[in-house]
Design a protein. Structure first.
Length: 278
């Protein structure tokens, strides 16, 4: 006689148990995690791509500077700018200062030497958005700076950006618009000038490498380019450029300096001797 009890582990119960176990142990695809990781990777790729594009001008500028390094001055070649096509030079006596309300009848446009204001324009890699009084900018050249001037009607957009990376943050460099300039771009250092048509021109970097703080080509070796501040020359509010032709009272190129004009400070902080040359 049958006992009526079913054996444990009958096929039916085992199948149900196995089915339940498979449901419990089955792993679900972690879509949320996958989406999060993908989003993070896309964000990182976007940030990297933006940085890569945004920094392309800086990378190109590093390449230009490396290519122009051969124009750095040396004992064998104290003024490598002589090897740059188009550079013009002039001899100018240093130290003749004029008052802030006086103008100079410069012999070149833009000028690259001659009498100048007693306060120099800050030239610590400043890109001036507006044109600055010429007499202050010329003083900075006497201190070893390079001045990048450009015609704002002819240099804009990418061309302007290519110039900006040459100047911004670069010691003893300054840049400003120069309304009415006869070429798109003009570079000045003391006694040297180079006029150019394009910001792509490799001679820009050669000029800077050859003449910025070249102790063989500017008068006041060791002079500062730091901002003087309000009451002297404030880079946040510089004296404006005067586009009008200098009047009959403008100081000539052989001017020896105005009485009471600010004189450069020596390393000890005392005024330097008054100018004696023309």
């Amino acid at each position: 006689m049958a006992s009526g009890t079913k054996k444990k582990g009958s096929p039916k119960k085992n199948a149900v148990k196995a089915a339940r176990g498979s449901v419990v142990t089955k792993k679900h695809t972690p879509w949320g995690t996958i989406f999060s990781v993908v989003a993070i990777l896309l964000l990182a790729a976007g940030v990297f791509g933006y940085y890569w594009i945004a920094s392309s001008d800086q990378r190109e500028q590093r390449d230009r500077e490396e290519a122009a390094a051969a124009f750095a001055p040396s004992q064998q070649n104290p003024d490598p700018s002589k090897d740059i096509e188009g550079v013009v030079t002039g001899e100018y006596a240093a130290g003749a200062h004029v008052l802030p309300n006086e103008r100079v009848a410069y012999d070149k446009t833009p000028p690259f030497g001659g009498p100048h204001d007693g306060f120099w324009a800050a030239c610590t890699g400043i890109v001036y958005p507006n044109a600055v009084r010429t007499e202050n900018m010329v003083h900075s050249l006497e201190h070893g700076a390079v001045w990048i001037a450009y015609n704002p009607d002819r240099v804009q957009g990418d061309e302007l950006e290519k110039l900006r990376v040459r100047a911004e943050g670069k010691p003893f460099t300054m840049m400003s618009p120069y309304p009415g300039l006869d070429t798109p771009i003009s570079l000045q250092s003391w006694g040297h000038q180079l006029k150019l048509e394009s910001a792509e021109d490799q001679r820009i970097d050669q000029f800077i490498a050859a003449l910025r703080r070249n102790p063989n080509t500017y008068p006041e070796v060791g002079a500062s380019c730091d901002a003087l501040g309000p009451g002297a020359f404030d880079p946040d509010n510089p004296p404006p450029f005067d586009p009008s032709k200098p009047g009959p009272d403008a100081k000539p190129m052989n001017y020896q300096g105005s009485e009471g004009a600010q004189q450069d400070q020596s390393m000890s902080g005392t005024p330097s001797a008054p100018p004696t040359g023309g």
